[in-house]
Ligand binder design. Structure first.
Ligand code: B12
Length: 217
């Protein structure tokens, strides 16, 4: 039953049946399936397959857009549920997050932001295609502990390095921990550009953010 409903979410996401994705997500919640399980085993496999089909030329841009719409509308239903499960009432730290300049991929960055706020971080989400100076301004304004930089394209990853350089120039590099992520990003890239942390997914991002604040990494 659980596997069935999650498989149907994946299938409908790929078929571009946004309404069904939302209905099934609601049904999954009613059936008592945890929101994170719906995300990780229902929605994300759909996005993954959509990307693979795009690489093979079986899907085109409109397919990706409609799959993204399905994921985002389902997330609108899941986010309040995730907030209800917020684990710590006190603020663990302040995070500024966004997708770097030239890159409009939104979903992964938003998921990382959502899970960080569920865990107790105060999150300022700057959105997508964010110029370096905007990150710097917001870090200064909020006194952020952590800056999260997302990049989904091999051509925009370089933007992460540019933001780090801009922080150095503004004299803020020592005041904020930089956490990088996104599909083409890796631990070695993080090290190469002088970031403080890297995580492969949103759950990992929460762990690394906590470790960074506790000074473990
Ligand atoms: C949906 C999608 C789109 C949508 C985005 C809609 C939206 N509102 O976000 C649209 C249609 C707009 C789009 C456009 C393009 N896309 Co696109 N897209 C995708 C797709 C299918 C899914 C991305 C996604 O949302 N995944 C789900 C989320 C949850 O996963 P995620 O983003 O990877 O995030 C997770 C981790 O990476 C990590 N993470 C992410 N950010 C951060 C940040 C931090 C701080 C941390 C710690 C972790 C972290 O945690 C997240 C949660 O687990 C991917 C394929 C893929 N498998 O990635 C291609 C993909 C990223 N796109 C690709 C391409 C080529 C493009 C276009 C250039 C296509 C074109 N010809 O125009 C444009 C670029 C537009 C631009 N300037 O940005 C390529 C990139 C290839 C490359 N290596 O550079 C991919 C890989 C598809 C492919 N296989 O070819 N895309």
């Amino acid at each position: 039953m659980v596997d069935d409903i999650l498989a149907q979410i994946t299938e409908n996401l790929l078929k571009g049946e946004t309404e069904s994705v939302v209905t099934l997500t609601g049904q999954a919640l009613t059936a008592g399936i945890e929101p994170l399980m719906i995300i990780n085993q229902g929605l994300l496999p759909g996005m993954e397959i959509a990307g693979e089909k795009f690489s093979r030329g079986e899907f085109f841009l409109p397919h990706l857009l409609i799959a993204a719409k399905g994921m985002q509308e389902a997330m609108a239903l899941l986010e309040p549920e995730l907030s209800l499960r917020q684990e710590t009432p006190e603020v663990l730290g302040t995070v500024v997050i966004g997708t770097v300049h030239g890159d409009i991929h939104e979903i992964g960055k938003s998921l990382v932001g959502t899970l960080l706020s569920v865990k107790g971080f105060q999150v300022h989400d700057l959105g997508v295609d964010v110029p370096g100076e905007r990150f710097v301004e917001k870090v200064k304004e909020t006194g952020a502990d952590i800056l999260g930089l997302s990049a989904l394209l091999t051509t925009t990853m370089i933007g992460q390095r540019e933001v780090i350089e801009a922080l150095v120039e503004a004299g803020l590099r020592d005041r904020v921990k930089v956490l990088v992520g996104g599909a083409p990003v890796s631990q070695s890239w993080a090290e190469e550009i002088g970031a403080d942390g890297y995580a492969e997914d949103a759950t990992g991002a929460v762990q690394v953010a906590q470790d960074l604040l506790e000074g473990k990494s």
